[in-house]
Design a protein around this ligand. Structure first.
Ligand code: ZN
Length: 267
Protein backbone atom coordinates (compact mmCIF):
# COMPACT_ATOMS: atom_id res chain seq x y z
CA UNK A 1 0.00 0.00 0.00
CA UNK A 2 1.19 3.45 -0.84
CA UNK A 3 2.50 5.38 2.11
CA UNK A 4 1.99 9.09 2.24
CA UNK A 5 5.47 9.86 3.36
CA UNK A 6 7.19 10.94 0.23
CA UNK A 7 8.47 14.26 -0.88
CA UNK A 8 9.47 15.63 -4.22
CA UNK A 9 13.21 15.99 -4.54
CA UNK A 10 13.15 19.71 -5.08
CA UNK A 11 11.18 22.50 -3.58
CA UNK A 12 11.53 25.68 -5.55
CA UNK A 13 10.02 28.83 -4.29
CA UNK A 14 11.55 31.24 -6.72
CA UNK A 15 10.49 30.87 -10.31
CA UNK A 16 13.12 31.04 -12.93
CA UNK A 17 12.03 33.09 -15.88
CA UNK A 18 13.00 31.87 -19.31
CA UNK A 19 10.70 34.10 -21.27
CA UNK A 20 12.85 36.51 -23.23
CA UNK A 21 10.92 38.60 -25.68
CA UNK A 22 7.26 38.65 -24.91
CA UNK A 23 4.64 39.00 -27.57
CA UNK A 24 1.54 40.60 -26.12
CA UNK A 25 -1.57 38.48 -25.71
CA UNK A 26 0.12 35.28 -26.77
CA UNK A 27 -2.00 33.05 -24.51
CA UNK A 28 -5.42 32.69 -26.14
CA UNK A 29 -5.55 36.46 -26.34
CA UNK A 30 -4.37 36.90 -22.74
CA UNK A 31 -1.07 38.03 -21.36
CA UNK A 32 -0.24 34.84 -19.40
CA UNK A 33 -1.72 31.42 -18.67
CA UNK A 34 -2.46 29.70 -15.36
CA UNK A 35 -3.15 26.00 -14.88
CA UNK A 36 -4.26 24.49 -11.57
CA UNK A 37 -3.33 20.82 -11.21
CA UNK A 38 -3.93 18.35 -8.40
CA UNK A 39 -1.99 15.10 -8.03
CA UNK A 40 -2.61 11.78 -6.36
CA UNK A 41 -6.37 11.16 -6.30
CA UNK A 42 -7.17 12.79 -2.96
CA UNK A 43 -10.60 13.07 -1.36
CA UNK A 44 -9.93 16.69 -0.58
CA UNK A 45 -9.74 17.42 -4.32
CA UNK A 46 -13.33 16.24 -4.71
CA UNK A 47 -14.65 17.63 -1.45
CA UNK A 48 -12.90 21.01 -1.13
CA UNK A 49 -10.95 21.89 -4.26
CA UNK A 50 -13.54 21.17 -6.96
CA UNK A 51 -16.25 23.26 -5.26
CA UNK A 52 -13.74 26.13 -4.87
CA UNK A 53 -12.76 25.94 -8.56
CA UNK A 54 -16.40 25.80 -9.60
CA UNK A 55 -17.21 28.84 -7.43
CA UNK A 56 -14.57 30.74 -9.41
CA UNK A 57 -15.64 29.25 -12.74
CA UNK A 58 -12.17 27.69 -13.24
CA UNK A 59 -11.46 24.26 -14.71
CA UNK A 60 -8.45 22.32 -13.47
CA UNK A 61 -6.60 19.08 -14.10
CA UNK A 62 -6.68 16.18 -11.66
CA UNK A 63 -3.88 13.65 -12.14
CA UNK A 64 -5.31 10.33 -11.02
CA UNK A 65 -3.53 7.13 -10.06
CA UNK A 66 -6.35 4.78 -10.96
CA UNK A 67 -5.05 1.95 -8.77
CA UNK A 68 -5.51 4.03 -5.64
CA UNK A 69 -8.44 3.18 -3.36
CA UNK A 70 -9.81 6.73 -3.68
CA UNK A 71 -10.31 6.18 -7.40
CA UNK A 72 -12.30 2.99 -7.06
CA UNK A 73 -14.26 4.21 -4.05
CA UNK A 74 -15.41 7.41 -5.74
CA UNK A 75 -15.82 6.58 -9.42
CA UNK A 76 -19.06 8.54 -9.72
CA UNK A 77 -17.52 11.63 -8.19
CA UNK A 78 -14.52 11.53 -10.55
CA UNK A 79 -16.87 11.05 -13.51
CA UNK A 80 -18.96 14.01 -12.37
CA UNK A 81 -15.80 16.09 -12.15
CA UNK A 82 -14.98 15.27 -15.80
CA UNK A 83 -18.57 15.97 -16.88
CA UNK A 84 -18.17 19.34 -15.24
CA UNK A 85 -15.30 20.25 -17.58
CA UNK A 86 -12.27 19.37 -15.48
CA UNK A 87 -9.54 17.19 -16.98
CA UNK A 88 -8.86 13.73 -15.58
CA UNK A 89 -5.13 13.41 -16.19
CA UNK A 90 -3.06 10.22 -16.26
CA UNK A 91 -0.82 9.62 -13.22
CA UNK A 92 -0.38 5.85 -13.84
CA UNK A 93 -2.21 3.04 -12.07
CA UNK A 94 0.00 2.41 -9.04
CA UNK A 95 2.26 5.44 -8.91
CA UNK A 96 5.62 3.72 -9.42
CA UNK A 97 8.70 5.83 -8.64
CA UNK A 98 12.44 5.26 -8.65
CA UNK A 99 13.47 3.83 -5.30
CA UNK A 100 16.91 3.28 -3.86
CA UNK A 101 17.73 6.89 -3.16
CA UNK A 102 17.48 9.15 -0.13
CA UNK A 103 13.91 10.22 0.53
CA UNK A 104 12.45 7.35 -1.48
CA UNK A 105 12.42 4.74 1.28
CA UNK A 106 8.63 4.60 0.92
CA UNK A 107 8.85 3.14 -2.61
CA UNK A 108 7.94 -0.55 -2.40
CA UNK A 109 9.90 -3.24 -4.23
CA UNK A 110 6.91 -3.92 -6.50
CA UNK A 111 6.56 -0.27 -7.49
CA UNK A 112 10.22 0.62 -7.88
CA UNK A 113 10.66 2.09 -11.36
CA UNK A 114 14.39 1.38 -11.32
CA UNK A 115 13.54 -2.32 -11.63
CA UNK A 116 10.78 -1.91 -14.24
CA UNK A 117 11.20 -2.02 -18.01
CA UNK A 118 10.11 0.79 -20.32
CA UNK A 119 7.60 -1.62 -21.87
CA UNK A 120 6.01 -2.33 -18.48
CA UNK A 121 5.70 1.38 -17.70
CA UNK A 122 4.19 2.10 -21.12
CA UNK A 123 1.69 -0.74 -20.55
CA UNK A 124 0.77 0.71 -17.16
CA UNK A 125 0.27 4.18 -18.61
CA UNK A 126 -1.67 2.89 -21.63
CA UNK A 127 -4.05 0.94 -19.41
CA UNK A 128 -4.59 4.00 -17.24
CA UNK A 129 -5.61 5.94 -20.35
CA UNK A 130 -8.12 3.21 -21.18
CA UNK A 131 -9.64 3.32 -17.72
CA UNK A 132 -9.91 7.09 -17.78
CA UNK A 133 -11.50 6.94 -21.23
CA UNK A 134 -14.12 4.54 -19.91
CA UNK A 135 -14.90 7.11 -17.26
CA UNK A 136 -14.88 10.35 -19.26
CA UNK A 137 -15.07 9.29 -22.92
CA UNK A 138 -12.05 11.43 -23.79
CA UNK A 139 -9.26 10.37 -26.15
CA UNK A 140 -7.02 13.39 -25.49
CA UNK A 141 -5.43 14.08 -22.14
CA UNK A 142 -2.12 14.85 -20.45
CA UNK A 143 0.25 12.85 -18.25
CA UNK A 144 2.06 13.71 -15.01
CA UNK A 145 5.38 11.96 -14.31
CA UNK A 146 5.12 10.21 -10.94
CA UNK A 147 7.66 11.83 -8.60
CA UNK A 148 8.83 13.66 -11.71
CA UNK A 149 10.57 10.43 -12.82
CA UNK A 150 11.07 9.82 -16.54
CA UNK A 151 13.03 6.55 -16.53
CA UNK A 152 12.20 2.87 -16.03
CA UNK A 153 15.12 0.51 -15.51
CA UNK A 154 17.42 3.43 -16.20
CA UNK A 155 15.93 4.11 -19.66
CA UNK A 156 13.75 7.03 -20.63
CA UNK A 157 10.10 6.28 -21.37
CA UNK A 158 9.39 9.82 -22.57
CA UNK A 159 9.57 9.12 -26.32
CA UNK A 160 7.37 5.99 -26.20
CA UNK A 161 4.53 7.83 -24.43
CA UNK A 162 4.46 10.81 -26.79
CA UNK A 163 1.87 9.14 -29.01
CA UNK A 164 -0.43 8.68 -25.98
CA UNK A 165 -0.69 12.31 -24.86
CA UNK A 166 -0.89 15.92 -25.90
CA UNK A 167 1.71 16.70 -23.26
CA UNK A 168 3.24 15.75 -19.94
CA UNK A 169 3.96 17.73 -16.81
CA UNK A 170 7.40 17.86 -15.25
CA UNK A 171 8.51 19.36 -11.95
CA UNK A 172 10.92 22.15 -12.85
CA UNK A 173 9.70 25.59 -11.82
CA UNK A 174 9.96 28.00 -14.71
CA UNK A 175 7.88 30.48 -16.71
CA UNK A 176 7.94 29.92 -20.45
CA UNK A 177 6.37 31.29 -23.61
CA UNK A 178 4.33 29.02 -25.92
CA UNK A 179 7.38 28.63 -28.17
CA UNK A 180 9.66 27.68 -25.28
CA UNK A 181 7.49 25.01 -23.70
CA UNK A 182 8.68 21.42 -24.05
CA UNK A 183 5.31 19.66 -24.24
CA UNK A 184 6.78 16.56 -22.59
CA UNK A 185 8.39 18.51 -19.76
CA UNK A 186 5.83 21.19 -19.01
CA UNK A 187 7.18 23.25 -16.11
CA UNK A 188 5.28 23.49 -12.83
CA UNK A 189 5.58 24.99 -9.37
CA UNK A 190 5.21 22.50 -6.52
CA UNK A 191 2.92 24.11 -3.95
CA UNK A 192 4.19 23.10 -0.52
CA UNK A 193 3.42 25.37 2.36
CA UNK A 194 3.63 28.72 0.56
CA UNK A 195 1.59 31.60 1.89
CA UNK A 196 -1.17 33.18 -0.18
CA UNK A 197 1.12 36.16 -0.67
CA UNK A 198 3.93 34.01 -2.06
CA UNK A 199 1.53 32.30 -4.45
CA UNK A 200 -0.07 35.49 -5.71
CA UNK A 201 3.39 37.03 -6.22
CA UNK A 202 4.04 34.26 -8.74
CA UNK A 203 0.90 35.25 -10.62
CA UNK A 204 2.28 38.78 -10.92
CA UNK A 205 5.59 37.35 -12.15
CA UNK A 206 3.77 35.31 -14.80
CA UNK A 207 1.86 38.36 -16.00
CA UNK A 208 5.06 40.41 -16.13
CA UNK A 209 6.88 37.67 -18.05
CA UNK A 210 3.98 36.59 -20.28
CA UNK A 211 4.57 32.99 -19.29
CA UNK A 212 2.74 29.79 -18.45
CA UNK A 213 2.34 29.30 -14.69
CA UNK A 214 1.34 25.81 -13.56
CA UNK A 215 0.49 25.36 -9.88
CA UNK A 216 1.04 21.73 -8.83
CA UNK A 217 -0.99 20.89 -5.72
CA UNK A 218 -1.09 17.71 -3.67
CA UNK A 219 -2.68 18.16 -0.24
CA UNK A 220 -4.93 21.20 0.12
CA UNK A 221 -5.74 21.58 3.79
CA UNK A 222 -4.37 18.11 4.51
CA UNK A 223 -4.37 14.51 3.23
CA UNK A 224 -0.79 14.61 1.89
CA UNK A 225 2.66 15.54 3.28
CA UNK A 226 3.08 18.03 0.43
CA UNK A 227 0.38 20.39 1.55
CA UNK A 228 -0.89 23.94 1.51
CA UNK A 229 -3.60 25.60 3.58
CA UNK A 230 -7.05 25.61 1.97
CA UNK A 231 -7.24 29.33 2.77
CA UNK A 232 -4.05 30.01 0.77
CA UNK A 233 -5.36 27.94 -2.13
CA UNK A 234 -8.66 29.79 -2.15
CA UNK A 235 -6.98 33.17 -1.79
CA UNK A 236 -4.93 32.30 -4.87
CA UNK A 237 -8.12 31.51 -6.79
CA UNK A 238 -9.58 34.86 -5.72
CA UNK A 239 -6.46 36.65 -6.90
CA UNK A 240 -6.39 34.90 -10.27
CA UNK A 241 -10.04 35.73 -10.80
CA UNK A 242 -9.34 39.37 -10.00
CA UNK A 243 -6.61 39.37 -12.68
CA UNK A 244 -8.62 37.42 -15.22
CA UNK A 245 -8.45 40.08 -17.89
CA UNK A 246 -4.78 39.25 -18.23
CA UNK A 247 -4.91 35.51 -17.57
CA UNK A 248 -6.08 32.48 -19.48
CA UNK A 249 -7.12 29.78 -16.98
CA UNK A 250 -7.70 26.32 -18.44
CA UNK A 251 -7.07 22.62 -17.89
CA UNK A 252 -3.65 21.35 -18.93
CA UNK A 253 -4.94 19.50 -21.99
CA UNK A 254 -6.42 22.70 -23.45
CA UNK A 255 -3.24 24.65 -22.82
CA UNK A 256 -1.08 21.85 -24.27
CA UNK A 257 -3.23 21.69 -27.43
CA UNK A 258 -2.95 25.45 -27.78
CA UNK A 259 0.85 25.27 -27.46
CA UNK A 260 1.00 22.40 -29.94
CA UNK A 261 -0.90 24.46 -32.50
CA UNK A 262 1.18 27.59 -31.83
CA UNK A 263 4.43 25.66 -32.24
CA UNK A 264 3.20 23.94 -35.43
CA UNK A 265 2.21 27.30 -36.90
CA UNK A 266 5.61 28.84 -36.31
CA UNK A 267 7.48 26.01 -38.05
ZN1 ZN B 1 2.04 11.75 -7.60
Amino acid sequence: MWKRTWQLPVFLLALSVAVSSVAADQWQGKRAAVVFIYDDTLNVHLDKVAPALDAHNFKGTFYLAVGYPNFQARLDAWRALANNGHELGNHTMFHPCEGGMPGREWVSKERDLSTWSVARMVDEITMTNTMLQVLDGKTKRTFAYTCGDTKAGGESFVAPIKQLFVGARGVKAELQSPQQVDLFDIRSVVVAGQSAQQLTAMVDEAIAAGGLLVFLFHGVGGEHPIDVALESHNALLDYVRAKQQQLWVAPMVDVAEYIQAAQAQSK
